[in-house]
Design a protein around this ligand. Sequence first.
Ligand code: GLN
Length: 370
Amino acid sequence: MKGYLALEDGTVFEGKAFGATGKRHGEVVFNTGMTGYQEILTDPSYCGQIVTLTYPLVGNYGINDEDFESQRPQVWGFVVREACTIPSNWRSREKLEEFLARYGIIGLEGIDTRALTRRLRSYGTMRGIIATGEQDPDFLVEEARNAPGLSGQQLVPLVTSKKPYIIQGQSYRVVLMDFGVKQNIIRWLQKLGCTVIVVPAQTTAEEILAYNPDGIMLSNGPGDPKDVPYGVETIRNLLGRKPIFGICLGHQLLGRALGADTYKLPFGHRGGNHPVKDLRTGRVYITSQNHGFAIDPDTLDPDIVEVSHINLNDGTVEGLRHKKLPVFSVQYHPEAAPGPTDSEYLFEQFMQLMAEGRQNGLEVDGHATK
Ligand SMILES: NC(=O)CC[C@H](N)C(=O)O
């Protein structure tokens, strides 16, 4: 069956549909990772987006039982050069096309993904329509132009957990604010022995503190951080109470809670080889990234917070460190999945802050809270 991707700039790509049939809008973005399509498809941060991969052969190792970052595909469309129909891997349980079809996600193959990516890189991410069957291309472009943009949509409520749940461990108690958490963040905390209490994004600071946590983890998640004011409010009320570690959307919300502004990047960072420099040590890490927004460094209060990491490709903010409190965050993904695990030490750093918090309590403006 035929399939189309129409962009708001008037470009229409025609290819072959696989997975589900129908029509859906989304923000069209590209990821440059050479592997890890199962993790990308199931990462809740992609909710609201139609994702294309620059790597041309996709589906070769099928879908397995282990590489899920959430229970289902979260992308709103998937565009590839060539989709493999006969996967070969000992872990494979299902074909990519069956997996997408089962969850109503449209896939499109036979697309010149290099041309598509170059377009997105030149003009920025665009609204798009992915559709299967016979279609009028001009009408699809019109629909793409009328589709809602990513900003302004309430996407976090679509992917956050409905109820709190606890994964029992032996070491520190971590409350994880679930804005659309990737499973590998939970796996890392579990590996370090933490008890993880996952709470919905709308949970208040009082409710979180009632769990008596040693630390608070702010997860990744979809959409524009400006559309999550309730998360910012909660984080603001948690500052100074417990150690806090934010990842990606969690980092952006923390930045906003500290008074900074966020803005949209032209085409975002999505891939497994983004170089990030730790400004304190001068060391460069190769990181896994997936974000379309960033913190505006000019809006940070230098008395309160410092930029701890920057991206070496475009100089954007990649990490924050509070100057007085045990509070830090990164824009990239130390949990990897997919991508390099160079930055796993950040989880150890969080453990360290929780250990110190247990011993000394937190110092807020010179007053111990314990
Ligand atoms: N992975 C994430 O948490 C992404 C954060 C945010 N949705 C962005 O695109 O910038």
